[in-house]
Design a protein around this ligand. Sequence first.
Ligand code: GLY
Length: 411
Amino acid sequence: MKTRNVIFQILGVVCIMLCSCNLPAKDCKDEGVDVVADLAYCHKQVKRTLQLVGNDSCLLPRSINTLSDQWNMTSVYDWTSGFWPGILWYDYESSGDESVKKEAEYYTACLADLLNPEHKGDHDLGFQFFCSFVNAYRITADPYYKQVALAGADKLATFFNPKVGTILSWAHIEKEKGWPHNTIMDNMMNLDLLFWAARNGGNPEYYRMAESHARVTMQHQFRSDYTNYHVAIYDTVSGDFIKGITNQGYSDESCWARGQAWAIYGFTMVYRETRNKEYLRFVEKLAEAYLTRLPADYVPYWDFDAPDVPERPKDVSAAAVCASALLELSSLEDDESMAESYWRSAERMLRALSSDYYRCGERKPAFLLHATGNLPAGYEIDASINYADYYYIEALHRYKILKQSGFCPDK
Ligand code: GLY
């Protein structure tokens, strides 16, 4: 009798184990991000832009001014040149539209000219090659894309100063502005190309370079409240940190919103690549500094500390960059409640960006309105800008893929 009970108990446990393995994935709460509809909207806007810009000149759409509905076009040498091909690759990935793939191939190939030795380039080579060629390679596995992206990483790596331990951002203003070895927060984004190259047959040293850049930036380019200095200036020869200043923010001591978003995205990536918990704990602080300063709709003003007068434009590009970063951070978090809160915050950002107030809709062929490019220099204020659109479609794509994979941070 006893033996029979034990057998029944064992069978019961086995049955529960088998049944639970077959349970459907947890039903994630839907917080109102209609990713299918949002990606369909992006596809519609991409087709509109393609009809308007043609594809015979290697000029790329960059921005649309507040009062206009016409794209300002730019050349492959502009720092934003990777975003348009990147948008096309993400759109092809979600829509499957072969005509978009052809356009993505065309514009991506245009950027190979950045390897021309006559073009010196700067840290932006990371943005340029990663968004275009690395996305192209991820989607097509065509070795041509890999080969060009690896050559792009080689060129980017030439700006690394081993004495300082970071990449020089703007060689052209080293002397002009008296900023010797300058490293801007945006440069954290460009580490993705180096990490990718080190993992894909490029120089393995690039992993060390990227990690060094992140570590030195972590040490010097943040205040005690975890807000960032846009620009760090170092002594080129001794490598010593000299000062933190701004270029695109309101003041040297203010927190430029896109800079903080670049930092959150960049340090999330560094944690993804290194799995060093020090970076995870650090990026949690950066995210807290950003999230606690947000207005009610989760789309920041262009600078968290800029005064309200005479006007204080928003910056959807910071919101899109941060939403994309927080989705990845949520998937990497080791603390369940933080993972859930990052996911929820990213959903609120995406919901806001997809609302009528922030979307171009019929008004313009870009995705989003209300981005601020460079307010101190007086351009692209309250505009539509290609990098806001790029990180918006990337965030939607990440959201879709994570949900499809069963990721669900609900407690
Ligand atoms: N990387 C330049 C900017 O964020 O405006």
